[in-house]
Design a protein around this ligand. Structure first.
Ligand SMILES: *[C@@H]1O[C@H](CO)[C@@H](O)[C@H](O)[C@H]1NC(C)=O
Ligand SMILES: *[C@@H]1O[C@H](CO)[C@@H](O)[C@H](O)[C@H]1NC(C)=O
Ligand SMILES: *[C@@H]1O[C@H](CO)[C@@H](O)[C@H](O)[C@H]1NC(C)=O
Length: 231
């Protein structure tokens, strides 16, 4: 089989000068701040402070790909969703009259091209967190720390977040220490290096004998069961 490479490049789109308002104008269609829509068939974008920002790539069948995700093959096409980055990022390459659309991103750091300083960290939704707790996927909890001069930044590991998007991320009763193990019903979870994962299952049909994540079994009634998501 021949794989065609289909690179979806993210474009940090230009700000249109919508004075004072934080709306976005996408070819004449006005979106409010926080709106999300599909642009050019292949990009899930949002309006953020008057700027259209790409959150995810969309394949032809509508599958959403995270920015920086591994390649994804669908119907013979190989998709990659990456930011257009220059390996040697340099704030001196920021244009003289930069605006917010010129922000540059390295790993999970966002750098403002106007001030040429760190402005925050990028969370699982592609939102920029100026400082404080944020989540990067699998409920992995991090803390974004920008030094006062904004020339240095650090993302600190903080274990996992045991809440939903509706919970307050600063609620420490929902913070879980790294390597903690706990059980909810028939499932045992562990907070590891890359977030919360199922560690063991205690299926009633196996008389609650524990099975490790990655196991599969066939029940008496023929149903196939698995413990955890196999990647
Ligand atoms: C990457 O950045 C370097 C240094 O700023 C510049 O010389 C080079 O042309 C850039 N490459 C691309 C592909 O933009
Ligand atoms: C995580 O949340 C679940 C459900 O709210 C709770 O049962 C469990 O004890 C929590 N885990 C930890 C380690 O706090
Ligand atoms: C989530 O977990 C999967 C499987 O362990 C891992 O490949 C992925 O990198 C994790 N994502 C993050 C953002 O850590």
């Amino acid at each position: 089989m021949i794989l065609l490479t289909f690179a979806l490049r993210l474009f940090i789109l230009c700000t249109l000068f919508t004075i004072v308002t934080s709306q976005c104008d996408d070819n004449g269609v006005i979106y409010a701040s926080g709106d999300k829509w599909i642009r050019n068939n292949h990009f899930l974008v949002t309006c953020r402070n008057g700027k259209i920002q790409t959150l995810k790539c969309v394949t032809d069948s509508g599958h959403l790909l995270d920015v920086g995700s591994k390649t994804f093959v669908e119907q013979g096409y190989e998709y990659t969703c990456s930011r257009e980055v220059n390996e040697s990022l340099n704030t001196n390459s920021c244009p003289t009259f930069a605006d917010f659309s010129d922000d540059i991103f390295k790993d999970r750091f966002a750098i403002c091209c106007i001030s040429r300083r760190f402005k925050g960290c990028v969370d699982v939704n592609g939102d920029i967190i100026k400082s404080g707790y944020f989540i990067i996927g699998n409920r992995s909890l991090k803390y974004c720390r920008i030094q006062p001069n904004q020339l240095q930044a650090r993302i600190e590991p903080k274990g996992c977040f045991n809440g939903t998007i509706n919970d307050d991320i600063n609620d420490e009763s929902l913070h879980i220490k790294k390597y903690a193990v706990w059980r909810e019903g028939d499932i045992e979870y562990r907070c590891g290096d890359d977030g919360v994962h199922i560690q063991r299952c205690f299926p009633p049909e196996l008389k609650n004998k524990p099975v490790w994540a990655g196991s599969a079994w066939i029940q008496d009634d023929g149903q196939v069961k698995t413990c955890g998501k196999i990647h």
